[in-house]
Each structure stands twice: as C-alpha cells, then as structure tokens.
Design a protein around this ligand. Structure first.
Ligand SMILES: [Zn+2]
Length: 396
C-alpha cells in the first residue's frame, strides 16, 4: 500500500473555462439549458444551504428545466452537498447551545459576515423576540475554511470527477473546498495527484441559452470572493483503504469535516469493517473533543465549533448510502454492533448510554431518479437511494 507521503505531489491548476473547453461542449450530452453551469455560482447564503433539499429545489436554484436529466448524473454531488448542509446545521446547533450555556454574546465569534436574522426568528420562541433583539443580528457560524470532505470508495465518480465541481457552485462565496477521493478503485497513476480548480463566477456566464441565466437566487450574496484563489476547489486522489490513509491525510490536510461513501454496501462487504471501526472510533473522539471545543467557541477566530483546526480528531459527520432500505438497515445494525463491541459507549457523551454518535437512516432526497432492477428482490432500489447518517454528538 503506497503511503500518502510517498506519492508524488502533483497538482494541476485549471480554470473552469479551460476545463470545460478541454472536455468539449457536449461532454455531458446535454444542451446548455439542461446542464448545470459549472462556470456560474448561484448566489446562496449560509442559511440557504438546507433549502436545497430536493431535486425540484435544486433545479430551481440552478435554472434547470424539470425535464432535464441532469439529476441522473448528480446524485453523488448532491449527496455531498447534503452532508455540508447537515454539517452547518450541526454548527448552528452547537452555537445555540453555547449561547444558552453562556447566556451572552461573547460565545459567538464576530465577523462571520452572515446575518442570522432568519435563523434567529426560526429558533426563538415568539415571546423572546423582544427580550433578545440582539440575537437577530448575530452571525451564523461559517463553514470551516477550508472545508475538507472525504469521498470513500469512488467508482463512477472517478471518471466523472468534473461533475463534483458542481458542489462549488452551491456553496457560499469565498468557500474553500478540499474534496478527497479515497479508495482502492483510484488508479495507481492518480494516487497523490490533485487538481485545483478556480471558483465559479458570480452571476450568469454569458453563454447563450445557458441554464445559469434562469437560475434563482436564494437571497442576496453575502460577500465578494473575486480575489485570488478565494472559493477555489481542490480535488485529491488517494489509492488505498481509508483507514490506512486517514491518519496521514489528517496530519497533512486536517481531519475531514464530513465523510461520504456513496452506494457503500456497508453490510455486504467485510472489507468495510476495519474502515468502519476506524471511522467510528475517530468519530467518538470527535464527539469528545467537540465537547471541549463547544465551550471554546468564544476564542475561536474561525468560528469552527466542529472543526479541523485542532478541535476534533475525526469527522463529525458521515454518510453511507445504499441502493435499498434493507441494505441501509443492515448497515445501521452493523454500526450499532461495532459500537457496542467497542465497549466504549458513553465515553464521549457521558450523558447518554450511546457512544456519542447519532444514527439516522431513511430515504435519500437526492437518490438517482432511476430504478435499479434486481433479480433477487423486488425492493425499491436506486443509486444513493437510501442513506445512513452518523453524527458525532457532543454532550449538552
Ligand atoms: Zn452558464
């Protein structure tokens, strides 16, 4: 197994325009009006991340006609976006806890640039609005900079990696993103290589008939990001098992903020067990260290309640998707079994009998809208059809 450090550090820098010119105008086989515009970022606020919660909402945001087959190509990318949105919800939840525990504004780092008026109105009982007028002006916690995501077990995502750049078009301006594709399926020649892609432009790209001209805006943009490499997106490719590479990658790039494994087959392949054991252990560490960082938010200039800036040892968020509900159910059972077998329950949370990791399973909103026919069962099946979410839960 080649170590990450042994890999040649080869980074290619590409502009989005240059990449699309190299791919050709028909690389997706879709007309400009039916394809997502990778050159254009649709204005979106932090508080709007969770509003992209279905294919119709995504289509509206990106100016795609409902008859566009783009969803057939983007289920993995939108799964990553869902992980980011959930991560931000978790950050917001931690900050609310800090406010409640601290009772003063000092718990929130200043200068995050995003008004919290909307979140404040939603979270506060009506009777408290007059008593806490300052809360409406508090900023939402920013996403970590850079945001580090791990995509474990990529397969078709490897060949179609430019589609992952759509994620950068759905994040707030200035957001730095590191997306690591990790798995034995990564070809040897790609191990250790990376690609830096420029940020998408603000507003329409100017190409006639492009979908971006119809894009909806989810509120006004929260700031400018046109300088330097602000908002750039980096993709890294690592060949090997995640549990064998995770420690070194964390040392070099920081612990991931979210780990996503599309169509994992978690309970079907025993090869997942060591990765899952390592992942669960690191998430438990994350829960424990996040407990410490939750109270340290006032000193954090980055606003990372859950972060890789020294706070957490592992990812606070993880998602395994699968084709059908039974597979996700068995994946959940496997996770629960491993957590029980670890004999570590309650070490991090202290407040519950659980391991500090919350499990949540269900149908995934961004499943590929095409059925997968199986000869051995008649269960509804689709690529990324169902999801198991694991969330590190610090004690309250
Ligand atoms: Zn465009």
């Amino acid at each position: 197994m080649p170590a990450a450090a042994a890999a040649a550090a080869a980074t290619a820098s590409l502009s989005r325009e240059g990449l699309l010119a190299a791919l050709g105008p028909d690389w997706l086989g879709l007309s400009p009006g039916q394809a997502p515009c990778l050159l254009s970022r649709t204005p979106v606020q932090l508080s709007s991340l969770t509003l992209i919660d279905s294919w119709p909402s995504y289509y509206r945001l990106r100016g795609l006609a409902l008859e566009s087959p783009a969803a057939l190509l983007l289920d993995a990318t939108l799964t990553l976006h869902t992980a980011v949105a959930r991560l931000h919800q978790q950050l917001c939840s931690l900050h609310r806890q800090q406010r409640q525990l601290g009772g003063t504004d000092r718990q929130l780092p200043a200068g995050q640039g995003q008004a919290e008026a909307q979140e404040g109105r939603h979270q506060q009982p009506a009777g408290n609005r007059r008593q806490q007028p300052a809360a409406a002006a508090r900023p939402l916690p920013a996403l970590p900079q850079p945001l580090v995501l791990h995509l474990i077990g990529p397969q078709r995502e490897l060949d179609a990696w430019p589609l992952l750049l759509e994620l950068g078009c759905l994040l707030p301006p200035g957001q730095q993103l590191e997306l690591h594709l990790i798995g034995p399926e990564v070809p040897p020649w790609a191990h250790g290589r990376s690609v830096r892609v420029t940020a998408p432009a603000e507003g329409p790209c100017g190409r006639p008939g492009c979908s971006c001209t119809n894009a909806a805006s989810l509120g006004s943009p929260q700031g400018s990001s046109t300088d330097g490499c602000a908002g750039s997106q980096m993709l890294f490719f690592w060949r090997g098992e995640w549990h064998e590479l995770a420690a070194e990658l964390a040392q070099r790039h920081g612990a991931p903020h979210a780990v996503v494994a599309p169509n994992a087959g978690l309970a079907a392949y025993m090869s997942w067990v060591p990765t899952l054991q390592h992942l669960l252990a690191s998430m438990q560490q994350a829960a424990g260290s996040c407990a410490g960082s939750a109270g340290a938010g006032e000193s954090g200039s980055t606003g990372r309640g859950i972060s890789a800036d020294g706070g957490c040892a592992g990812p606070p968020m993880c998602c395994f998707t699968d084709f059908n509900a039974e597979a996700v159910h068995r994946a959940r059972q496997l996770c629960e079994h491993l957590l029980e077998a670890s004999g570590d329950g309650g070490r991090c949370s202290g407040s519950t009998k659980s391991s500090g990791i919350r499990l949540e399973a269900g149908m995934h909103a961004f499943r590929k809208p095409a059925a997968v026919l199986a000869a051995d069962h008649a269960l509804p099946s689709a690529s990324n059809g169902f999801a198991l979410w694991l969330t590190a839960r610090p004690p309250v």
